[in-house]
Design a protein around this ligand. Structure first.
Ligand SMILES: Nc1nc2c(ncn2[C@@H]2O[C@H](COP(=O)(O)OP(=O)(O)OP(=O)(O)O)[C@@H](O)[C@H]2O)c(=O)[nH]1
Ligand SMILES: [Mg+2]
Length: 425
């Protein structure tokens, strides 16, 4: 059954072993999404395998290798409810070898919890994840200062870590004064559902209540329609039926639409969702629709449907801010990997490396660098090898973010900040 509550995709990020999976397991337990006997079972099994204290993490870490190594490798999706929202939680791995999986997780998220262990404080992947979260467009973040039991629930240590984190998040553009910092123990359960007597000095909200301070992701219905095509079917007696998810705007029956970069026009005859005809589709709706004037061969996956009077933007070139995650050597002008953006996969050439940025601060480190390597953030100019729709993150964030892949790995992630549009008509 579809829930009546608004839906939020929540990423849980932070350095390895800081307790992300344990926190997610704990929140699922406290909200009733996982029953006590399951945790009890994991507890016995984990103890017998020399992995005591991992019972909550095991709710998330289902892979055999994850359990043996006691780390998260791939992202996992789980659902739980608070009074206001239903959350799909994406538990991200903290290990540096699995940052690409963290990116996939973060790119699906509306908000994030950053988990930082009180004994360690800010570590390498704390910084990296914060920067990536910001680059990937996560604007809402709550900070959990975890393992407070391991520092005897000491207010002084909490304030030290909070201070370092405030400096860090401020550098990438989050506002520390508007951010909640919560002292918790994911393992012990303190300040998760209710405020614990162990932290009489803490005057804020417990974790689960704090989640309800997030603002629901707005349904961008006031923007022009953008529906990236996932597939195109030809159904006898009906005609051409493209399918896809409405990212922005509203699709209505009778509407005149354009498909770009195919540059084909048509009129919406009918819209169907879950095998029922509907008069209009809004952001988040996965629909099939029948268009008058379009043949099956005219459009394909990666084309984007928009209103005829405000068609999707086809880029001649675009300027992007990227973060290089993993490149065996150096990324230079002329390099042509595949950009994955909405439903399109298009090879694009790096035309210009404009500036290298400090990934921790976003400040310019070098003008016109000759190459970029793993860990670098940069502003670059990119040219698609064939026509492709992309929009600026400022106008239509849903169509402005991308991942860059080559030979089966994610090389970089980024967002489009300016477009030199191609004249289509
Ligand atoms: N003392 C204490 N230990 C904790 C707490 N939360 C988690 N841990 C322990 O920290 C270890 C790592 O926990 P995980 O939840 O697997 O950490 P993670 O951040 O998901 O790790 P990766 O997914 O590999 O990045 C386990 O031994 C947990 O029991 C806590 O509140 N207090
Ligand atoms: Mg984990």
């Amino acid at each position: 059954m579809a829930s009546e509550k608004p839906h939020m995709n929540l990423a849980v990020i932070g350095h390895i072993d800081h307790g992300k999976s344990t926190l997610v397991g704990r929140m699922m337990f406290e909200t009733g999404a996982v029953p006590a006997h399951i945790i009890e079972g994991y507890k016995k099994e984990a103890e017998s395998k020399g992995k005591a204290t991992f019972e909550f993490a095991w709710v998330m870490d289902n892979l055999k290798e994850e359990r043996e190594r006691g780390i998260t490798i791939d992202i996992a999706h789980k659902r739980f409810d608070t009074p206001k929202f239903y959350f799909t939680v994406v538990d991200c791995p903290g290990h540096r070898d699995f940052v690409k999986n963290m990116i996939t997780g973060a790119s699906q998220a509306d908000a994030a919890i950053l988990v930082v262990a009180a004994p360690d404080g800010v570590m390498e992947q704390t910084k990296e994840h914060v920067f990536l979260a910001r680059t990937l467009g996560i604007t809402q973040i709550i900070i959990a200062i975890n393992k407070m039991d391991a520092v005897k629930f000491d207010e002084k240590r909490f304030n030290e870590v909070k201070k370092d984190l405030s400096d860090l998040i401020k550098m990438v553009g989050y506002k520390p004064d508007e951010t909640l910092f919560i002292p918790i123990s994911a393992l012990g359960g303190q300040n998760i559902k209710v405020i614990s007597p162990e932290t009489p000095w803490y005057k804020g909200l417990p974790m689960i209540t704090a989640l309800d301070t997030f603002k629901s992701p707005d349904k961008p219905t006031d923007k022009p329609l953008r529906l990236p095509i996932q597939d195109v079917y030809s159904i006898s007696g009906i005609g051409t039926v493209p399918v896809g998810r409405v990212e922005t705007g509203i699709m209505k029956k009778g509407m005149k639409v354009s498909f770009m970069p195919a540059n084909k026009d048509g009129e919406i005859k009918s819209i169907e969702m879950h095998h029922e005809e509907i008069p209009q589709a809004v952001p988040g709706d996965n629909v099939g629709f029948n268009v008058r004037g379009i043949g099956k061969g005219d459009i394909r996956r990666g084309d984007v449907c928009g209103p005829a009077e405000a068609p999707p933007t086809v880029a001649e070139e675009f300027t992007a801010q990227i973060v290089v995650l993993q490149h065996p050597s150096a990324l230079t002008v002329g390099y042509t990997p595949v950009f994955h953006c909405h439903t399109t996969q298009t090879a694009c050439t790096f035309m210009e490396l404009k500036k290298k940025l400090d990934p921790r601060t976003g400040q310019t480190k070098e003008e016109n660098p000759t190459f970029l390597k793993t860990g670098d953030a940069a502003i670059v100019v990119v040219k698609p090898t064939k026509p492709m729709v992309i929009e600026t993150v400022k106008e239509l964030p849903q169509l402005g973010r991308f991942a860059v892949r080559d030979m089966g790995t994610t090389i970089a992630a980024g967002m489009c900040i300016a477009i030199q549009a191609k004249q289509m008509r």
